[in-house]
Design a protein around this ligand. Sequence first.
Ligand code: AMP
Length: 279
Amino acid sequence: MTLIVRTVKDLRQHVRAWKAKGETVGVVPTMGALHEGHLSLARRARSECDRVITTIFVNPKQFNNADDLKKYPRTEEADAALLATVPVDLIFAPLPEEVYPEGFMTTVSVGGVSEPLEGRMRPGHFDGVATVVSKLFGMTMADYGYFGQKDWQQLQVVLRLVSDLNIPITIVGCETIREADGLAMSSRNVRLTEAGRTRAPVLFSAITTAADDIRAGQSDRMAIREAAEKIRAAGFERVEYIELRDAETLMPSDDPRRPRRMLAAAWLDGVRLIDNIPV
Ligand code: AMP
C-alpha cells in the first residue's frame, strides 16, 4: 500500500530526503474520489519524475456552495488502492486544520483570467484554488505540477499564478479523459441518475458540433445557440454558459489566429457539469 502522510512536517522529511539524492518530484493535486482522469495525471507524472506525490484534500475554501462540499464524495481507501496501481510514492492527505490552522489569514487571488465563466458563476472559487495550490506547491516543494485540461480555466489560473509569483515549478496540462460515449470523467458524475447519465454526453457532443461548425464558417453566435438548444432538449435543467474564448486569457475572442477554446457549464439532475474543447 502507498504511504499516506497527514502532516506537512512528515511530508517535508520525505521530500528533503529525495531532493538530497537529486531526485525530481512531481505533484498531482486532487480532491479524491479518483477516476481514470486523475490516474492519467499520476501516470504522466510517474513517467516524467523520479518521485510522485498525489495530494487528496477536499478544499473547503474553493466550494462556494455548502451543500456541494457536504455531498462531495470521499473515498480515501479506494483512492489509495487505485494510486497503488500507478504507483505513486506518497499520498499527502492532510486534515483541514493542518492546511488552515487557527489564525490562517492569507488569500491568493489571481486577477483577469479567474474573473469570467467559472469565476463569475462560483464567486470565491478561484481564490480558494489559487490559495490551496500555492500552499500545496510550498508544502511539497515539487518541481512539476500536473493539472487536467478538463478544468481549463483552472489550468490557466495556475499557469498565471506560477508565472506571476515566480513559483519554481513547471506546470504540465494533461488531456481530458472521457468515457467511451464522450462524457468527461468527473467525480461528480456518480451523482447523476441512470437516465441523466445516458443524456450527459450531449454536453460534449453539442460543443463538438458547434466547434466544427465554427471552423466550417458558421457564426459563433449561431453555433453556440444551437448547442445550447440541443443541451436543453436533452433534458439539462439549465445551461449556465457556452462561450468561445481566448484559450489563455479567457477573454472574449473573435480572432481565429489566436488559440481559442469553447467552454461550457450546465446542470443535469442537480449536478453541475463542465467541459471544454479547442476550436
Ligand atoms: P479534482 O479532484 O476534480 O479537483 O481534479 C484534480 C485534477 O484532476 C485536476 O487537475 C483536474 O483537472 C484533473 N481531472 C479531473 N477530471 C479529469 C479528466 N476527466 N481528465 C483529465 N484530468 C482530469
